[in-house]
Design a protein around this ligand. Structure first.
Ligand code: AMP
Ligand code: MG
Length: 636
């Protein structure tokens, strides 16, 4: 097969039009009502019975002839002879004559002769008679047979999605099975690097996320997913599985192998076996999508990246499923929000993933100074062609992904279990981007974070303040946090006696821009001096110095798995991972907060928690508050 250049990208609008023309014919299946939730009714449902099936009482009271109560009043009650009692579910037949009554329970059948029920509160029972204190009219407190649902009545329409209410209605007319549409959607995940969740993770392998995410998304749309599993990047195997899926399903989705890279052959297979309708849509993320038709079966190659795959599914596959099932167009939640930063776009129509924090919208696309990673995106905004820049402060409409709760506070900077504790204590939802202190400062200057979590030491040994000055950050305050023991982390079975051992062992370093890495550099400077060598010379000899793990946790993972012998980080992380720790220094973990947010509820809660005794007590070992914790030490 010949490799092909990536074609001209299709505009989002054209792609939507194309998708709108694609319909498939679902089958029908009968499901027990216990399993029907989420499915789409294949037929109108007519009731085979009256509901209720008999005249029944809606109150606890006495069945009477209404006319026997007409002269009753508080001062002059009417006395009736009580001739029995009818509990709910009672099958015996009774008859009430003039001047008589029968005690009756809610839901019990009305006896012959009676035409009203007086509620128990308006009566008083003596030995074998009942005093009636109020008149009732004919039919009072009686639910007539068929008054809820009449036999033959259409109670549910075809194409209705079955929810709790619908299932309740079916049960109430005695149906235990229901005809629903079955739209089979096959899912094939391609990639020789994929393994099934639950299996042991091997080097160079990643778990197949798409099969399961897409299956859930198909169910959310009322379709029936069929997972074909993982197929390695081999043409023959892919074709074989595709053949099977096309045979068995109404729609076939593949993921991965859609771009024009080496080994990406899905679009060629679709082209060879059928017709390519489009390849490449001007949408971020995930433009390498291919929509084709093989033997009348829509076959869609989704991108491999899980977030891209899901967003393409939502935009271009969900409508096919909805339309084919005859359902109303999707019920997406749209909100109006304000851009928190400007977004530059390519000047063409795009769907742009965004994070939404307290009504502010931030790009979630790495290429545009992302502050939210893709997997953290809350929704998408649509950027029209010819829009090159959307300014901060302008209103945009965001199509939210499902029922996501959008976070209350946006934190960028270093990772720390202390921040997790603050989140737990406030009950707020934080979006934390652990990218190191420098990223925190940058996000503050770009206005894309509410709070930066920073532990950056300067040449004089002071934390954070001078960096804020140097960066000319305005309208922010520095709030002192807490102190953390930092040191070397290693496996118990490795013999490490002190910081100096770092020169002999394979190390895992933190990412550039992390405060912890800066602290390590400082310690290395001191060590170099003690040894009478230059710092750069010392560093040159360190194995693994140029690595860059983003969090303390990932450093510990590397040490635990044996990828590295030694790492540098906080005690809490080492202990959590069951690793040994030798302290080397203590750092200040502080918070930079936007001034205009100091008064908002969420930030107040954050500060209250930070200043509380409970926080101090619950901080993990190796971290402690001190006299400055929670105080605003400088304002910029
Ligand atoms: P591809 O489109 O095949 O080039 O894949 C793009 C990226 O997504 C690669 O990093 C793949 O490893 C990853 N990927 C592909 N399929 C899956 C999947 N089913 N689950 C998780 N990641 C995937
Ligand atoms: Mg692949």
């Amino acid at each position: 097969m010949e490799r092909k250049e990536f074609r001209e990208l299709t505009s989002v609008e054209d792609a939507r039009e194309l998708v709108d023309t694609i319909r498939v014919r679902p089958g029908t299946t009968i499901l027990p009502i216990e399993e029907a939730a989420g499915h789409i009714l294949a037929e109108d449902i007519l009731s085979g019975v009256d509901v209720p099936a008999f005249n029944r009482s809606v109150k606890d009271g006495y069945a009477i002839r209404a006319k026997d109560s007409y002269h009753a009043s508080e001062p002059q009650p009417q006395e009736l002879k009580c001739i029995g009692a009818i509990p709910a579910g009672c099958k015996d037949s009774f008859f009430v004559d003039d001047g008589e009554t029968i005690e009756i329970s809610t839901g019990a059948p009305i006896p012959g002769g009676a035409d009203a029920v007086i509620m128990v509160e308006s009566t008083k029972q003596t030995d074998d008679s009942v005093l009636i204190y109020q008149p009732v009219h004919i039919g009072e407190n009686i639910m007539k047979a068929g008054s809820d649902i009449m036999k033959g009545e259409r109670i549910l329409r075809k194409n209705t999605r079955m929810g709790s209410r619908e299932i309740g209605v079916l049960a109430s007319i005695g149906m235990d099975k229901v005809p629903v549409k079955r739209l089979m959607v096959g899912i094939i995940s391609t990639g020789s690097e994929l393994i099934k969740p639950g299996e042991e993770l091997d080097i160079s392998k990643i778990y197949d996320a798409n099969s399961y995410a897409i299956a859930a998304a198909i169910e959310e749309c009322g379709g029936t997913p069929k997972i074909y599993g993982i197929v390695p990047d081999e043409e023959e195997l892919m074709e074989e599985t595709l053949n099977r899926a096309i045979e068995e399903c109404n729609i076939v989705l593949t993921s991965g192998s859609t771009s024009a890279g080496a080994g990406d052959i899905m679009y060629m297979i679709i082209e060879k076996k059928g017709e390519t309708l489009t390849h490449g849509i001007a949408i971020k993320p995930g433009k390498p999508v291919v929509i084709g038709m093989i033997d009348g079966t829509p076959t869609i190659g989704l991108p491999g990246n899980p977030t891209s795959a899901l967003s393409i599914f939502n935009e271009f596959v969900a409508p096919i499923i909805y339309n084919s099932l005859g359902m109303k167009p999707s019920f997406k939640t749209k909100i109006t929000a304000v851009m928190g930063t400007g977004i530059r776009s390519g000047g063409r129509e795009e769907l742009f993933p965004v994070g939404v924090v307290r009504g502010k919208v931030y790009p979630a696309d790495k290429t545009s100074g992302a502050i939210t990673t893709l997997s953290d995106a809350d929704g998408m905004i649509e950027i029209r062609a010819h829009t090159e820049y959307i300014e901060a402060g302008s209103e945009v409409e965001v199509t939210m992904f499902g029922n996501v709760r959008s976070p209350d506070l946006m934190l960028v900077g270093g990772q720390c279990p202390g921040v997790d504790l603050l989140e737990e204590m406030t009950g707020l939802m934080f979006r934390t981007l652990n990218m190191g202190s420098s990223a925190g400062f940058t996000a503050m200057s770009g206005g894309t974070a509410d709070i930066a979590c920073v532990n950056m030491i300067d040449a004089e040994g002071n934390y954070n303040s001078s960096i804020l000055k140097r960066m000319n950050l305005e309208d922010v305050v520095l709030v002192k946090g807490y102190r953390r023991e930092q040191g070397i982390i290693f496996k118990p079975e490795n013999h490490v006696y002190g910081f100096e051992d770092i020169v002999n062992l394979q190390m895992i370093n933190r990412n550039r821009g992390s405060g912890t890495r800066t602290l390590l550099d400082r310690e290395l400077g001191i060590l170099a001096e003690a040894r009478g060598v230059s710092k750069s010379e010392l560093i040159k000899g360190l194995k693994g110095y140029n690595s860059g793990s983003k969090t303390h946790r990932s450093v510990c993972d590397a040490v635990r798995s044996g990828k590295a012998d030694i790492g540098f980080g906080i005690r809490a992380a080492a202990e959590e991972a069951g690793l040994e720790f030798i302290p080397v220094a203590e750092d200040d973990f502080d918070f930079v907060i936007r001034k205009d947010l100091l008064e908002i509820k969420e930030v107040q809660m954050f500060l209250d928690a930070l200043r509380s005794g409970e926080f101090s007590e619950r901080l993990p070992e190796g971290m402690h508050t001190y006299e400055l914790t929670g105080s605003i030490i400088s304002s910029f």
